[in-house]
Design a protein around this ligand. Structure first.
Ligand code: FE
Length: 139
């Protein structure tokens, strides 16, 4: 990956073969970004996306293989127990231009991925919420 900083914003390029979620997480750690948001677009040929089942309080994840446009990825950056925590959602378009998506677990870049990350000067932590089964903002 490559990145260029402009004030509190970063222009990011993630290259073919790199995994998006871990790369973004490491980037936030390396640059001390604890709060902010990410939006991006590009292409993937291997992704795992999930849907949170509110009854079982579990994520049902599905693997997608084949060329897909990332149109787009959107997510937020916060922390949980002092560690960078990314919450990312993605919309993917297949060869028939059909769209599918969900909560993003991982995606391998097949061509390129371009993102803008905005860092907010602050920190919001998360905590596990029994009622929903989710890690909610601790505000
Ligand atoms: Fe989600």
């Amino acid at each position: 990956m490559k990145a260029k900083r402009f004030g509190n914003k970063f222009i990011v390029r993630i290259d073919k073969g790199e995994e998006i979620v871990e790369t973004l997480k490491q980037f936030c750690k390396d640059n001390d970004i604890k709060l902010g948001y990410i939006f991006g677009l590009g292409a993937t040929n291997r992704a795992t996306v999930g849907l949170f089942d509110t009854k079982t309080k579990k994520y049902n994840s599905k693997g997608l293989v084949g060329d897909h446009e990332i149109a787009p990825l959107y997510g937020n950056i916060s922390t949980m127990n002092g560690e960078v925590y990314l919450h990312l959602h993605i919309n993917l378009c297949d060869s028939k231009n059909n769209s599918l998506g969900g909560h993003l677990n991982s995606a391998i870049v097949s061509a390129t991925f371009e993102a803008i990350i905005e860092s907010i000067d602050g920190e919001v932590d998360r905590e596990f919420d029994e009622k929903t089964g989710l890690n909610l903002y601790k505000i």
